[in-house]
Design a protein around this ligand. Structure first.
Ligand SMILES: Cc1ncc(COP(=O)(O)O)c(C=O)c1O
Length: 461
């Protein structure tokens, strides 16, 4: 059987029910048809069967505010939120209108600047402590690529420290050791780079040093030993790609101090945290100023926009044309109109206070329900970003998660919640996202569902 047929067969032979008691048959049929034309039936890994969407992903009819409806007419409270970009909920009216107005009245792409770009840049510079200047692009992957290129050009050094369990996009030079199998990943204190599958060019990993996150001593040792060849430390300020893991107290401060001491560029990948943990991002909330920062999912109100910003003396390399950042679609009219409107929404008084209040109610409520049910589980998060860990002990890095997280129970939790009309990603290493459109009523409904699911998990444990 060729692969295409095998995929289709996998879909059709699969139990038509994604979750017991939930009619998702149309999603199953559409997936089967899609697999004949689209490898794996989807257009991004996170939507694929092997990322947890077995036997098939839900197919969407539409989204509105905090809710999503699938093609079978099931409605969900949506904490997937497009994996982050729908921070203002689905179809946020002002963002949608701004995009429609721009397209209808002005155009799309000109290969020439518009005044709107500088207006957006001003908002980003005003909001983010570590950003003196900013360049716009379309995806987090691109922005990270630019950031590492810039760090190498600025320092004249080659190697980048990145951390196991983090995701910084899918470019060849960085798509290593996201979630490596531990038997291939080397000793705990000296991880070796593991490619995220075949096809990455051999040799690029020599430019990477892989470290476990949340270990300041190991970082200090590494910088002491090899600092002269290290261009950048690339990190998420909160680890959002192995569930949600918070930095240990003092860790980011140590990272800041050590990188400064060794002349290493500190890059915060705020693709998820930026404009989500507050208008000033994680760096504002946690009080650490990196040298370069990368933003994406928080900026565009659901449209593809990303940004790389940072210290004026580093960004000057771009100004002088020494470091090239190209892109036909960079700062296109749709992206800029969306981002200008989205950042205005986020800058309105009280937005983050309300978002945090709703999110805290969810995080604390879930945590209590799981504990009250006697389950070895807890919720980790900050503001509108969180994940449930089914684990007996604390998780501080990727290897802790691999060793201690109970993926089977997470799966049953996910199935139970989906059956109750609460949507989030089936992967334990993803997150629940809360939007400004979520209400306390959404949280109450979610917690009621969680009580029933937790009781069932406890009963069948
Ligand atoms: C922290 C982080 N960096 C970079 C990326 C890549 O962004 P994009 O999917 O826009 O290329 C992601 C995507 O999930 C991310 O979570």
């Amino acid at each position: 059987m060729n692969t295409v047929k095998a995929e289709a067969a996998e879909a059709s032979s699969a139990n038509a029910q994604l979750v017991a008691g939930l009619d998702t048959a149309t999603s199953g049929e559409l997936f089967e048809a899609a697999c004949r034309l689209i490898p794996g039936g989807v257009n991004s890994t996170a939507r694929a069967t092997w990322s947890g969407w077995t036997p098939y992903p839900l197919f969407v009819k539409d989204g509105k505010g905090s809710h999503l409806t699938d093609v079978d007419g099931n409605q969900y409270i949506d904490y997937l939120l497009g994996l982050g970009p729908m921070l203002l909920g689905h179809r946020p009216p002002r963002v949608t209108q701004a995009v429609v107005d721009f397209i209808q009245n002005r155009g799309t792409i000109f290969a020439l600047p518009t005044a709107d770009e500088a207006r957006l840049a001003q908002k980003i510079v005003d909001a983010i402590p570590g950003v003196d200047q900013v360049r716009l692009c379309n995806t987090g992957t691109e922005a990270v690529m630019y950031a590492t290129r810039l760090a190498r050009a600025f320092t004249g050094r080659n190697r980048i420290i990145r951390f196991e369990g983090m995701y910084h996009g899918f470019s060849d030079a960085i798509y290593w050791s996201k979630h490596p199998a531990l038997d291939k990943a080397g000793p705990d204190a000296h991880p070796v780079p593991v490619p995220q599958g075949p096809g990455l060019p051999k040799g690029v990993e020599e430019n990477l040093i892989i470290l476990p996150w949340n270990d300041a001593d190991l970082l200090a040792e590494t910088l002491e030993r090899e600092g002269n060849d290290i261009a950048a430390v690339l990190t998420e300020p909160v680890m959002c790609n192995t569930g949600c893991i918070l930095p240990r107290p003092g860790y980011l401060e140590a990272m800041r101090e050590l990188t400064a001491r060794h002349g290493v560029v500190l890059i915060f990948d705020e693709v998820i945290t930026g404009f989500r943990l507050g208008l000033a991002g994680a760096q504002g909330r946690l009080g650490i100023k990196p040298d370069l920062s990368v933003f994406a999912k928080g900026i565009g109100g659901g449209f593809p926009v990303a940004a790389l910003g940072g210290r004026a003396d580093i960004m000057a390399l771009v100004a002088r044309g020494k470091v090239s950042m190209a892109g036909t679609y960079s700062a296109n009219g749709i992206a800029i109109a969306a981002a200008n409107a989205a950042l205005d929404e986020l800058a309105a008084p009280g937005v983050f206070e309300r978002l945090d209040a709703v999110s805290d109610a969810l995080r604390l409520g879930l945590d209590k329900i799981l504990k009250d049910a006697g389950l070895p589980a807890y919720v980790v998060g900050l503001g509108p970003l969180m994940q449930v860990w089914f684990a007996k002990g604390p998780i501080h890095n990727y290897r802790d998660a691999e060793r201690h997280a109970d993926q089977d129970t997470f799966r049953r939790w996910w199935e139970g919640m989906l059956g109750e009309g609460v949507l989030f990603h089936p992967g334990a290493y993803e997150n629940l996202f809360v939007s400004t459109a979520h209400t306390h009523a959404d949280v109450t409904a979610t917690l009621d569902a969680a009580k029933r699911v937790a009781a069932e998990l406890a009963r069948t444990a």
